[in-house]
Design a binder for this molecule. Structure first.
Ligand code: GLY
Length: 671
């Protein structure tokens, strides 16, 4: 099935349509293949145009967003003229109230503009806010658009100028030959054009091994009383300190958004999601408690590891990418359309585009298991993405492990970002060489080191600290061997000095171990909490090793620990996870990363902990004492990725009855 058109766009959401319109207006013929218009993230969004409220960091992302915001009025006019539809664009400003004093000094003359409103001013500007709100930012240049009206109008506008849109066409494969895309395969045939654009949002990984993951957001709308516009209870967009936002529409609806959930493509609104939204909304703006609920829905943000979009060139010279816009797709649509249309029609690369290149995900901090390990590997290294002839014909099941890892949200601990979710140690190896190879084969980025044993040059520890390349590995000094809180505090301070001496000036991490018991090596909960309190006050990022006690975990989180590290079973025992129920409770309740530490003996147990939703693992003995530590390190690295992917993918429910793999309906048989 060949289209006569020059450009074929896969994706009928806001990006696909915006690019199609722009290209067509420049005289390029365009076809759009849309799988299901209603599933697009733009349909689910709230329509805020909010680079500052969204706290986009200064740099290319903020520049891109501000250029897009500036382009909005003209872009809206064009779409409204072509579609004869009002799309509810309002440059109405956004109010960002806070419950606590901000850490930065209120500055009313910054660019982009923002103005600090004190407690009196903010309650005057928006009556009905929670009395505990003690001020907030007024962001006069931000605004909103009615995103559903926008996507509908954009579609009509595109059709009105001659863009062909095929709805209900699901592309299943990108056909590639000799470094070029030669077609987009769908159940109804293969579509061909001269140039292709992928604008497939959260579903992009099904077509190409790009690190774009769905990040679910649940939403609610309520109906405010229908009174004159000037008397409406909510006069402006509110963007709360906890990420909750309220967006009042001209028709009286208030959109309440949104949860942020890494649950893969798990559909539906959930009681927990709705409760979170409603409680935060009623806290920020109590009057909302009485407004009738109109609608609940959900959508999937397309999110990359750094949360910036992937724009421009791809490994194939006739395929461009416009994916991964995370929370900012509505805002970024005009600039994305402009830059991609420039690239396709004039081959002009805007200076901003290289910052959003897919290639930025090709350089992991440490070698991937595939490149680090001497063992033969059946999966390709990340470099395969730069060689189109070896790019796997991608389906999610064929995506290589490194891409799988980089497609995940990074692990963030105390502001430091890590792409591996496996931590290892240095103890118990037969020699340094095996330790070095095992650390590399595991793909880990964090290695824990026993400060005391290094300081006292315990057997096997002399020269150990120098044996690893600390420019590539983040050191996690631990307080192993400390029996009291006082000892652990002292050793933690030494650990900080040790990290500094080895070149990690900004490393304030400590794995806190207070272990009086020498038989089972179980941690002392009271001593751990005491030491944690002191160390947090001293500015340490504390990662406490604890028994799997949910209440203790909560207390440690409350005092400011950076993670909690519940043990699966006693250190070095290889008994696996003996306390699943408690670890599950900790995972469900923790707001800091949960690192399952100790007891894991096999890759299947590592995968099990990750499938439960652990954020990371620490494994030492099972690797160091394995018959072949290097191979076991690689296996543990792979199991950690597999378990994490499985967790994100969402397992099937356990059923009492069988369920046939082939459907029983539609069989050929007797009528
Ligand atoms: N743009 C807001 C959100 O993604 O929730």
């Amino acid at each position: 099935m060949r289209t006569e058109d020059e450009v074929l766009i896969v994706g009928g959401g806001i990006m696909g349509l915006a690019i199609a319109l722009e290209l067509k207006l420049r005289g390029t013929s365009v076809t759009v293949l849309s799988r299901d218009f209603r599933q697009a993230a733009a349909h689910a969004a709230a329509g805020m145009l909010a680079p500052q409220a969204e706290a986009l960091p200064p740099g290319p992302m903020r520049d891109l967003s501000l250029q897009s915001l500036e382009a909005y009025p003209e872009w809206v006019r064009k779409i409204e003229d072509l579609s004869s539809t009002d799309i509810g664009y309002q440059a109405c400003g956004i109010l960002a109230p806070v419950y606590d004093a901000p850490s930065d000094t209120p500055n009313n003359s910054s660019t982009p503009a923002r103005r600090w409103l004190d407690q009196t001013a903010i309650h005057l500007a928006q009556p009905g806010l929670n009395p505990d709100i003690l001020g907030g930012w007024w962001l006069p240049e931000e605004g909103q658009v009615d995103n559903r009206a926008l996507t509908g109008a954009l579609r009509s506008a595109a059709e009105s100028v001659g863009v062909t849109i095929h709805e209900g066409v699901a592309v299943t494969d990108v056909e590639r030959r000799h470094g070029k895309v030669v077609g987009m395969r769908s159940p109804t045939g293969t579509w061909q054009a001269q140039h292709y654009i992928l604008a497939t949002g959260a579903w992009s990984q099904a077509l190409l091994p790009v690190p774009v993951q769905p990040l679910k957001g649940q939403m609610i709308s309520v109906a405010a009383p229908m009174v004159d516009a000037a008397e409406r209870p909510l006069q402006q967009v509110l963007f709360g300190p906890d990420g909750l936002y309220l967006v009042p529409r001209r028709d009286g609806r208030i959109i309440v958004g949104a949860t942020v959930e890494a649950v893969g493509f798990a559909p539906h609104n959930t009681p927990a999601g709705l409760q979170e939204l409603l409680s935060k909304a009623m806290r920020l703006f109590p009057a909302i408690a009485q407004f009738p609920i109109q609608e609940c829905w959900w959508g999937f943000r397309p999110t990359t590891p750094d949360q910036f979009p992937i724009l421009g060139a791809s490994p194939y010279n006739n395929l461009s990418l416009a994916i991964g816009h995370h929370r900012n797709g509505i805002l970024l649509a005009p600039i994305t359309a402009h830059l991609i249309a420039n690239l396709v029609t004039t081959h002009e690369t805007d200076p901003l585009l290289p910052h959003f290149s897919w290639e930025r995900f090709l350089s992991p901090m440490v070698p991937s298991p595939a490149t680090a390990s001497p063992a033969p590997s059946s999966y390709s290294s990340p470099k395969s993405m730069s060689q189109p002839s070896t790019l796997p014909s991608a389906t999610p099941t064929q995506t290589d492990l490194t891409v799988a890892r980089s497609s995940d949200r990074p692990l963030i601990i105390a502001g430091q970002t890590f792409h591996s979710r496996l931590m290892t140690g240095t103890g118990k190896y037969d020699n340094f060489e095996v330790m070095q190879q095992s650390v590399a084969a595991s793909g880990c980025e964090i290695v824990t080191v026993a400060v005391r044993r290094v300081q006292t040059k315990a057997p096997g520890h002399e020269g150990l600290a120098e044996a690893l390349d600390w420019s590539r590995i983040w050191m996690l000094p631990n307080t192993a061997g400390c029996q009291t809180a006082e000892e652990a505090i002292r050793v933690a301070r030494l650990g900080r000095e040790m990290a500094k001496l080895l070149g990690q000036e900004d490393n304030n991490f400590v794995k806190l171990e207070v272990i009086p018991d020498t038989q089972y090596l179980l941690p002392d909960p009271i001593g751990t909490l005491e030491a944690a309190e002191t160390l947090v006050k001293e500015g340490f990022a504390v990662l406490p090793y604890i028994n799997a006690d949910p209440l203790l975990a909560k207390r440690l989180e409350d005092v400011g620990c950076a993670t909690v590290m519940p043990l699966g079973s006693p250190i070095g025992s290889g008994q696996g996870i003996r306390n699943t129920a408690n670890i599950q409770i900790i995972i469900e309740n923790a707001k800091v990363p949960v690192v399952v530490d100790a007891g894991i003996g096999t890759p299947s147990e590592a995968a099990q902990a990750m499938e439960m939703g652990a954020d990371a693992l620490l494994i030492n003995t099972a690797i160091a004492k394995a018959h072949n530590p290097v191979a076991m390190a690689q296996a543990m690295g792979m199991a950690t990725v597999a378990g994490r992917l499985a967790y994100l993918a969402g397992r099937i429910p356990v059923q009492g009855n069988a369920s046939a793999s082939s459907p029983l309906t539609g069989r050929i048989g007797k009528a």
